[in-house]
Design a binder for this molecule. Structure first.
Ligand SMILES: Cc1cc2nc3c(=O)[nH]c(=O)nc-3n(C[C@H](O)[C@H](O)[C@H](O)COP(=O)(O)OP(=O)(O)OC[C@H]3O[C@@H](n4cnc5c(N)ncnc54)[C@H](O)[C@@H]3O)c2cc1C
Length: 285
């Protein structure tokens, strides 16, 4: 199938984009890398009146370290995140997980912010953003809002973003040597969307691990912090029991990739691997 007819705006500034939002309302749709949107247009799952291409707006792209926070511009390509020394040094969880996002050709065009705004429940970056306690900067003509990742994702491809807002920047606290992290994903082939995955962070203390932020993705409608895991001060001997409890607490969606029971079993295995990794300093390179 071919996309239905639409107007195309090559926005040179945020103001040009805001003008289109004002004129067309939610009939104006942002185009970033196009790796999710273009298939949706071609399948006519989306039929917007106008595509607002934000790629020319240079201020929306790039990676900088400011006050121990990584600021990633929304239109930074997946490939540039994957190749950035700053990411490898300061955000190793993202550095590891981004290599699992799609295949090379898609990573060359797809953007970090596009992946978050699209909010596919099986996508890696939303889960990592929640595990890392990221803050999303959303700008409209009238105001700037900062929304925690954990509050941004509302459901399957549904977010807190308003139709007149651009996701401009993603702020992520740099990881330190006291921060443990783990990432595991099960997919049919490397680069495919996850059947199930786990992203986790925790603080290392002499007594064990605290502040565990464990997120299962590809399973429920949105990435969320496991309350059961977060409420526990974790010791290694409890990991198996905790993995079972966290998996039991999930509400997996059955889909073409597997039924709820299968996903729960897959999730339990990955949760346990992630918990094991958290205890081993340097397990993740
Ligand atoms: C074959 C295939 C395999 C894939 N595998 C994976 C995978 O394994 N893991 C994974 O995570 N992804 C995967 N993807 C998706 C890919 O990562 C996309 O790049 C990503 O989901 C969307 O990013 P984009 O820049 O292409 O956004 P677009 O497709 O341009 O936009 C997606 C949506 O986000 C909105 N949007 C984009 N940017 C902004 C912004 N700055 N502010 C507000 N709204 C915005 C758009 O309006 C649109 O609704 C795959 C895609 C394909 C085609």
């Amino acid at each position: 199938m071919k996309a239905s007819t639409f107007k195309y705006l090559h926005a040179q500034s945020k103001d040009e984009a805001y003008a289109a939002f004002a004129e067309y309302g939610d009939e104006a749709v942002i185009l970033a890398g196009g790796q999710s949107l273009m298939p949706m247009l071609n399948m006519r799952l989306a039929q917007p009146a106008v595509l607002v291409d934000i790629n020319p707006i240079s201020e929306l792209s790039g990676i900088v370290l400011l006050n121990q926070q990584l600021h990633i511009g929304a239109t930074t390509r997946h490939v540039d995140v994957a190749n950035a020394d700053l990411i490898a040094a300061e955000l190793p969880l993202i550095g590891c997980a981004i290599k699992q996002v799609a295949h090379r050709g898609i990573r060359n065009r797809g953007t970090f912010g596009g992946s978050l705004a699209h909010a596919d429940p099986a996508a890696e970056m939303p889960a990592c953003a929640v595990a890392l306690d990221a803050t999303f900067v959303l700008q409209s003509r009238a105001e700037e809002r900062r929304v925690k990742a954990v509050d941004f994702f509302l459901g399957v491809m549904t977010t807190d973003r308003r139709p007149d807002e651009i996701l401009t920047t993603i702020e992520l606290p740099a990881q330190t040597s006291n921060d443990a992290w783990a990432f595991h994903e099960l997919s049919r082939r490397h680069g495919d969307f996850a059947l199930v995955g786990v992203a986790a962070t925790a603080r290392r203390r002499s007594e064990g691990l605290e502040e565990l932020r464990l997120v299962v993705f590809g399973c429920e409608e949105r990435p969320r912090i496991s309350k059961i895991a977060a409420s526990t001060s974790l010791s290694q001997k409890d990991a198996l029991e905790l993995a079972t409890a966290v998996a039991e607490d999930l509400d997996p969606m059955s889909d073409l990739e597997g039924d709820a029971k299968t996903k729960r079993i897959q999730a339990r295995t990955l949760i346990q691997r992630a918990l094991d990794d958290l205890f081993v300093e340097g397990a993740n390179g």
